[in-house]
Design a protein around this ligand. Sequence first.
Ligand code: ATP
Ligand code: MG
Length: 809
Amino acid sequence: MPRIRKLKLHGFKSFAKKTVITFPANYSVICGANGSGKSNVLDAVCFVLGRISAKSLRADRMKEVIYHGWKNKKPSEFAEVSITFDNSDGIFPVDDKEVVVSRRINRKGISIYKLNGKTVTREKVLEILGKAGIRPDGYNIILQGDVTDIIEMSPLERRTIIDEISGISEYEEKRKKAERELSTVEERLKEVRIRLNERFTVLEKLRQEAEAAERYQKLSKELEVLRASLAKIRLEEADESMKKLVEKLDELEKEGEKIETEFSRAESELDEAEKKLRDFESKVFASVTSEKRKKAEKLKSDLISKKERLRFIAEEKSRLKNLIEKLSLIVRGENRVVREITSLGRTGVYGSVSSLITVPEKYRIAVEVAGGNHLNDIVVKNTDVALELINYLKSRKLGRATFLPLDKIKPRPESKAPEGSLGMLLDFVEFDEKYRPAISFVLGDTVLVEKIEDAKKIGIGKWRFVSLDGDLAEKSGAIIGGFYRPEKSFELSEISKYSKRIEELEEEEKNLRAEIVELEKNLPEPEEDFSDMEEERKKLVEEVEKKRKIRRELYEKRTIIQSNINRLRIQKARLEAELENLKLEFRNYQQTETVKMEPEVMENRISQILSELRDLGPVNMKAVEEYKLLKKDYDELKKKVEKLEDERERILELMMDIERKRRNVFMETLRAVSEQFKKVFRDLTGGEAELRLEDPESLESGLIIEASPKGKKLMNIDAMSGGEKTLTALAFLFALQRFRPAPFYILDEVDAALDKANTKKINELIKKYSEESQFIVISHNDTTIQSADCVFGVTMEEGESKIVGIKMP
Ligand code: ATP
Ligand code: MG
């Protein structure tokens, strides 16, 4: 073991002059009077070992360790101490057999360390000394009062000695660092979790919206397929009906042609028979009768043929009227709801506006344009009827209609047509006065003009104008116009053709009646007959009658066929329109696939889908995309949370690991020191001793020192007598030294409070230990002095300490 061979002091504290102490043996005692400078020697050792706390060197400032002079003696310029260590066993990592460590401090407080004459840093000195287990603050140096300090310490303070000696402060540092990391991670985690929660709420809402959007798309797709399939079936059906209709019409038309030929033949045969009769009569009567009679006969025959013509006209008129009736049914019955309502036959329902008015052909377009959809409005008696019908439509899901109740509807104020116009449109329409409020409501404020340019002259905006060719100028200034195609042109042109014909027939009828009245007036009284001629005439008359009958029968047949042909033509026209509509509708679905299903099943499903779509309400179609984006964001954030949680876990584990190690190191140190303490105390007194924690589980609890001095039972150090306390505390300090062995030990007056017997025990122990290590003991105690291998005396003369002699016992 390296030991202190030589200690050299110069200008250090009371050692003004260069003083050298050589330690020849392992157990040296330094003695001397109070204040002679014994403790200063110990301070010198601490100084050179690198203590930097001035306090522990019993100085306010480091430079105060320099000799400060006495009376007329000058203070020293510096203080210098050097220790010569033995390095024969090469414990210090230097080549020399001796290691000289020195430290010098000047008045400015500047310290210089030297190692074997070379200036080195303090760190270098500590490193070299450390190799030999020498530390500047080691427990191998027990200062004067250290024992008392231990006695006066609280259990918690005593425990810090174990903390320090075990070196767990290293773990303390690590733990603090980990705690800082933990709080950073936890803060981040909290922050990210809040963000995650916020996103979750939004995400959840979006997810639902996205689901709705997807459902909407699916349903819409299905709806389109069904509608396309339905349209396809309807189209095929209509095509089929059309084919059948055309066939039937062809057949009927052929038949019509045949009847036509037969009819014209019958007509010419009748003409012939009539001519024969007339010829016979004129031949017979020309010869035999007076002029008067001849005239009478002529009148009679005229009368007969005119009456015949009248009867024909009546028949033709009724046929035409019948046709017109059917056609106008189609024209105004196009609106299904109106037809439905009017066909109910309910009283108080008068019919659609269009059915209640008669419009001369010339004004028809103007009325259609001006009336617009209102022509389909249904005129009813009063509001009750209207409400009842609305409920009827609703309950049967038939559709919608506008009702004009006569008790409530207000006619538009009558006004005089402006100059330059043809007049108020209303005045060109015929209707029952009863309906005036409704008709006036629909057409009342419209002015009829020849051309829309006339409206411009009169002033567009002042009135509502309609032109004969169907251009419309609203009061608002809006002008609607262009080529107007009458909606039911086919039917309407038929109707007008028939009406004209009726008018002609009526004119003819009127004339005929007048002529007949005139003829009958001139008819003379019947005279005696000409029976001989009568026979022949009768035959001819009968022939005429027969031919007439044939003609009439054929005529009726022809009428029926014509009426049938007409009916089919109308049907065909309607079907054509329907077919056109269906084709248009189907064109929308050309890209769509179709399925084969019962039309009824498809219709049910369509209404189901529509109701579901209605229930879905407005759908956010962007939701699917938005959801995907946000989900990605959310997942990333979630990953971040997981990563942070892992990090947190890792730090917690690390902390636990640190704590475990700290505990292990502490407990191991405590156990080892306690072991030494037991041994030392037993060696000193033969008694038992123990170190333990107040709370065995807590490293934060106090350290209990217990011992049984003089065979007493185990007791706490605080409960002992002064001497017992000293002995026990000393044993504790020795135990610390045993735990961390050093090459030398310096003890300053540790025996001060001990009785002779105990001093002896201590001396014996030191003696035993000094076989292995060097002991320098400062003491006044004779017993101690006597037990040493060598003794140095310290004296103080005129403020200067001197080593006065070596006494070898
Ligand atoms: P005790 O037996 O009472 O413990 P001691 O022998 O240990 O006494 P020290 O404490 O070593 O005595 O010496 C104290 C003396 O050293 C004091 O008298 C003090 O005046 C003197 N002293 C301390 N510092 C200086 C200094 N810088 N210059 C000169 N003398 C000093
Ligand atoms: Mg002292």
